[in-house]
Design a protein around this ligand. Sequence first.
Ligand SMILES: Cc1cc2nc3c(=O)[nH]c(=O)nc-3n(C[C@H](O)[C@H](O)[C@H](O)COP(=O)(O)OP(=O)(O)OC[C@H]3O[C@@H](n4cnc5c(N)ncnc54)[C@H](O)[C@@H]3O)c2cc1C
Length: 448
Amino acid sequence: MNAEQPSLGGDPHSRQNIVIVGGGAGGLELATHLGHKLGRKHKAKITLIDRKRTHIWKPLLHEVATGTLDTGTESVSYHAHGARHGYQFELGELTNLDTRNKTYTLAPRLDQDGKVLMPSRELPYDTLIMAVGSISNDFGTPGVQEHCYLLDSTRQADRFHTALIDRFTDIHQNRPGDRLRIAIVGAGATGVELSAELHRVTELLRSYGMAGMSRHQLEVTLVEAGPRVLPALPERISTSVTRELINIGVKVSTSTMVSSADENGLLTKDGERIDADLMVWAAGVKAPDFVGKIDGLSLNRGNQIETNEYLQAKDPEGNVIDGLWVIGDCCSFTMEDGTRVPPRAQSAHQMASCVFKNLMNQRVAKPLKGFAYHDHGSLVSLSRYSAVGSLMGNLSSKSMFVEGKLARLFYISLYRMHQIAIHGKFRGALIVVLDWLTRVIKPKMKLH
Ligand SMILES: Cc1cc2nc3c(=O)[nH]c(=O)nc-3n(C[C@H](O)[C@H](O)[C@H](O)COP(=O)(O)OP(=O)(O)OC[C@H]3O[C@@H](n4cnc5c(N)ncnc54)[C@H](O)[C@@H]3O)c2cc1C
């Protein structure tokens, strides 16, 4: 047996214990596929572990932050989803892995008052897929953790939303005519999409009773260290997005490096101040910090786990770690041209499909399939106003620039495809109808 095709540990048809850690864009799709193929038929035990009870597709977090997305409707309960799709869900936070003895450790589970409900547990696995995503990287910038909001989880997005509504209510009731100043650091997809969505919020607030509220009472500054917004995307998209942002009133400040944050705003490397009432840090990507503390993994500078061409984790000597696979934002996969697969929902989706195929191939001793990333383009939502992006053709590597309503349609279809992947075509279609009805019936914004 070659080192890259490790054994499953005994009889390949025995009931294998497959554990997926992280039920996000990649992990939930993989758990669903494995549940259908193996879990339902009792061919393997499939367990999905997440530190939260519900799944929200992460590219929607900026809408959670502004309150324009109803988390009650859009959340997927892992317990209910697992029961329907053939996997078990376990609530827990991974803190460590012992890759030699094939065990994983979950943190103690606490109740709302911090009392231990379940102590820390060490549990065995045959195959474990790391799909724990990423967090923002503040690069050690002083004051960020204390004074800036992050958008790495639904809880953080909810915290920002509460602060936003509190500030607007205060202005409406006590300081009519005042402005709310929001500074967003990082003009990647998160920063750009949040800036645009915030401008919609003032319009919605006016229609939901805060008469007198107008766009002019919101000042959003988008700060980017690089020379242009969306530095990872083609220049044409960046130019078009900058124009749209300026049109809706966002101040775009490029080539501006933030050196610290305090309670009143940001300080730049050039010694300038950007005063702000609320600050969001949406720059940089790294794997969660606990990944960096796991022994025996090969990691890049952002804690992401290095893999071979089949998405199997490597140790620091470059050997494959038996039974450990990595997908999504926490995976560092180097392509033939030396660049890394970008941390995007489409990457997580493609990696989930590749690992699914490889796990199925391994069971019947078929050769593993190398991962090949296909860039289908990039779309950036500018709230209900528009979307901008590029789409790659299937047959040629040429990209097509799209903007406006057509781009918005493609952008929405990305989420719909994720819904179909985790719910199936029939239920996926029902959910689309339900979403549409919800939008018609319910307020367009969460006001509490
Ligand atoms: C606001 C925003 C907008 C975005 N827009 C786009 C976009 O337009 N297009 C695009 O392609 N990408 C976009 N992205 C990026 C995209 O969301 C990610 O690339 C994608 O979600 C990564 O998928 P994943 O499965 O690796 O991780 P995630 O989807 O982040 O899922 C990780 C899961 O792991 C769980 N987890 C983490 N740590 C632990 C632990 N220790 N124990 C147990 N569970 C754990 C988390 O709770 C989470 O459920 C956006 C991201 C943000 C924040």
